[in-house]
Design a binder for this molecule. Structure first.
Ligand SMILES: [Fe+2]
Length: 531
């Protein structure tokens, strides 16, 4: 217990006399449950999980924290009651000029997370923010509002990251991401991994020791998921990246369970039982991320596909390819086995509502670029070096009809400058998406940058054995690399440049980053070029 409540300390008998048994908590303290706890005295900081900002608009953003003075303890060291948290938004890093402030309530029902939706700020400028709770203050984070819709916007720097398996690598790449000072971060998912952590792990056929251990076993309940998020969020490099820029984000599979789809998990659990796990995971994800009220979880559902207009430069379409998809066509997914069902017209990866929303948004966009920020690879990638085709059916390749409808739409509606930003496979790729699969003569309708993982896969290697032979089977793909890092996108009216930033190592501290390769799409001229 890290909260010093000595001011309320009375003998248990006296409390029973005064308030009756029901008012006496398990900790031998009494609370007026109707009024929130203001100005608590802390023995240790409640801001162990850092702070974050997200979902920026032209006049605001969400600022987030979660109070957890003792993150792995039962109730994470907090009393089970509401607690008042002050927040401040400043116009300068020293917080000399406070432009907005207020008091938010951290509710026990929400793991004492705090989500404040700020509005009424000036467009296209940095702001700083912090939280104060009683005797403790958080550090100060930097965030930014977006340029106003349609406003002349010469450039934008967008970092793309994800897949951060805590047990397989350190998050050093996040420190480098923060130093790069992007305007915006897109996290494509796999923010946590749900499994336990064996002492040894297998990477590319090699046995290696686990870099760090997960606290506890595989996670199923709300308190399990809360503790897992807490463990990840205590990482200083991750906290630094959150405090450096506003994030957009969407989940992939590991926020719930590996390769889940529809109402089915990889262990074929009864869907009613699996649904309870999804409900717990959805709530914990909301509690952990700087998310707007419009994404508040309703049972197992969270509204995550959303759009941001960034001046006259870009319309960012954030997709959720996990929550509404049909079950995998071929079991198990991610194998060399392909089945006819991948072409089934009725199967979907986006769901009907999201597909219509994406098509409408692409057709209506008036900005120079249309980044489609999402999870799994859109272009086909044949992983077999022989003429046998091996596709990842967990990705868009397993939902052929849905992908073709999107590509036809891009072509028929003459939607220019679509760039797909992807994650999931723990490798870097740059390639072009052609109207009919990888047929070399079909028109290019978009280009795709696949960003590698922050930590999943460990140190990695520049080129996996046999990589050149596999790449030769995929003439639409220009680049592949299997190290850790992130993608740094630089958008201007002339070009969309993607820089693959890779780490020399993540299994040991102090890893260095370098730009491994860069590709550009010239505005109005489909197809990747070397930058
Ligand atoms: Fe991953």
């Amino acid at each position: 217990m890290s909260l010093d409540l000595s001011r309320w300390r009375m003998s248990r008998r006296a409390l029973m006399r005064s308030f009756g048994a029901s008012a006496v908590g398990a900790l031998g303290m009494t609370f007026d449950l109707k009024s929130p706890l203001a100005n608590p005295l802390w023995r240790s900081t409640p801001f162990t999980l850092g702070i974050a900002s997200g979902d920026p608009s032209a006049d605001g953003f969400v600022i987030w924290t979660r109070l957890a003075p003792d993150p792995f303890a039962e109730d994470y060291g907090m009393p089970i009651r509401r607690v008042e948290v002050q927040w401040e938004v400043g116009a300068d890093p020293q917080m000399r000029e406070i432009v907005q402030k207020g008091i938010a309530l951290a509710h026990p029902e929400l793991g004492h997370s705090v989500h404040v939706e700020i509005s009424g700020l000036a467009a296209d400028r940095p702001y700083w923010y912090r939280f104060i709770c009683g005797t403790e203050r958080s550090f100060t984070g930097k965030t930014k509002t977006l340029p106003a819709s349609g406003a002349p916007t010469p450039k934008l720097r967008l970092a793309v990251a994800g897949c951060q398996n805590y047990t397989q690598g350190l998050f050093t790449a996040y420190r480098h991401l923060a130093r790069a000072e992007p305007d915006l971060v897109f996290h494509y998912g796999d923010y946590i991994y749900e499994g336990s952590s064996p002492e040894l792990r297998q990477v590319d056929g090699e046995i290696a020791p686990t870099v760090r251990r997960h606290h506890g076993q595989e996670i199923y309940t709300l308190s399990d998921y809360r503790r897992r998020y807490a463990q990840y969020k205590m990482d200083a490099d991750l906290q630094t990246a959150h405090a450096a820029a506003p994030w957009f984000f969407a989940w992939d599979d590991h926020e719930i369970d590996n390769n889940w789809a529809s109402d089915i998990d990889q262990d074929n659990t009864d869907p009613n039982i699996f649904r309870l796990r999804r409900i717990a995971a959805a709530q914990a994800y909301y509690e952990a991320m700087p998310m707007r009220m419009s994404s508040f979880p309703v049972a197992e559902r969270i509204q995550l596909f959303r759009r941001a207009e960034i001046g006259d430069l870009a319309t960012l379409h954030v997709l959720d390819t996990r929550q509404y998809r049909s079950n995998h066509a071929c079991e198990p997914p991610e194998t060399d086995r392909l089945c006819a069902a991948i072409r089934d017209e009725k199967r979907t990866i986006l769901g009907e509502r999201q597909e219509a929303w994406l098509k409408d948004g692409l057709a209506a966009a008036k900005t120079r670029w249309n980044p489609i920020a999402q999870q799994v690879m859109v272009m086909d990638y044949d992983r077999d070096p022989t003429p046998v085709q091996a596709l990842n059916t967990d990705a868009w390749a397993g939902y052929h009809a849905n992908r073709q409808r999107l590509l036809d739409h891009l072509h028929q509606q003459k939607i220019r400058n679509a760039v797909v930003l992807t994650g999931d496979v723990h490798q870097n790729f740059a390639g072009d998406i052609r109207l009919s699969g990888d047929k070399a003569d079909a028109p290019i309708v978009a280009s795709e940058f696949v960003a590698t993982s922050i930590a999943s896969g460990g140190d990695g290697i520049d080129q996996r054995p046999g990589a050149a032979e596999v790449l030769a089977q995929n003439p639409h793909v220009q680049f592949n690399n299997s190290q850790r890092g992130f993608l740094l996108c630089e958008l201007s009216h002339n070009a969309f440049v993607g820089r693959f930033m890779v780490m020399d190592r993540v299994a040991t501290p102090g890893g260095a980053i370098m730009e491994r390769a860069a590709f550009a799409v010239e505005a109005g001229k489909p197809g990747l070029q070397k930058a």
